[in-house]
Design a protein around this ligand. Sequence first.
Ligand SMILES: Cc1cc2nc3c(=O)[nH]c(=O)nc-3n(C[C@H](O)[C@H](O)[C@H](O)COP(=O)(O)O)c2cc1C
Length: 316
Amino acid sequence: MIRTRVNELLGIDYPIIQGGMAWVATPKLAAAVSNAGGLGVIGGAAMSPEQLREAIRKAKELTDKPFGVNLILISPQFQDQLEVVLEEWVPVVTLGAGNPVQHIPILKEQGIKVAPVVSSDSLAKLVERAGADFVIAEGMECGGHIGDVTTMVLVPKVVDSVSIPVVAAGGIADGRGFLAALALGAEGIQMGTRFVASVECEAHDNYKKMILKASIRDAVVTGAKLGHPARVIKNVFAKQIQKLEVEDPMKAEEVLVGSLRRAFLDGDTRNGSFMAGQASGLIEEIKPVKEIVEDIVSEAEKLLKELYKRFGGGNL
Ligand SMILES: Cc1cc2nc3c(=O)[nH]c(=O)nc-3n(C[C@H](O)[C@H](O)[C@H](O)COP(=O)(O)O)c2cc1C
């Protein structure tokens, strides 16, 4: 059984975290992941403070296991969302899209475990010094907003730079990716795209179908010229943004408003932004969350034994 400091820290069976995803990570999805033995995380970024309060209460009804809330620092509602999290209390908070150093102490004072999402070793060091419990090192293969370093390079660098546990994110969708992350020194994984293509995810069917259909080259970057690059499945809308961000950045910003909602709720394949990572090309099937988690763990354990047989020579 693969157990790491992340299991102990979070009180979970498997060191597998479901990435907080704006719109997509509803209390239903988060509770399903927590009930399956991982850590489910509500994507709070696009919620009003009242919606977030309701979502936290709903998750508490659906699971008695630990779960988390994800907030992003660039949200105009961040401060009010943070207040709600402190009032309602949740076991874990993950913080994306920015430097969260000033907010870590207040969460820690309430006994909340804090995990910033980082895309550089320098930010990892800063958040460790500010008291973060663990960091999520997210490579640019991931879905949603991206940094500029790959998981393969970022994870070992962050592992070498901090002594708190590191969770690897970006491009992981099966047991091979899980085991590779452990080999890089990570003590857990965070997956987003794999959980979008799950039965319990409340995204429109078209969203899940886009992920199943995608090849490994179909998750493209939009918004790089606007200063907020995001990885999405290629469609007419993505091409339109790539053109507009060069020719008319204001217009690009305008049409981007509500585009993830149009994908998630309406399944609008023409005008929606279907955020997803390169791992879409590895996903062939929509599965229940429990099966996703258990398959990944058993595949990694089986592979570990096979590798040991092949390369351990029986003498190690
Ligand atoms: C649809 C979607 C929305 C996302 N929204 C957020 C978000 O609101 N906050 C955040 O920190 N990360 C967000 N992410 C990133 C995920 O939490 C996770 O780190 C990432 O998906 C991992 O890479 P993968 O997609 O290759 O599994 C999002 C990802 C996706 C696919």
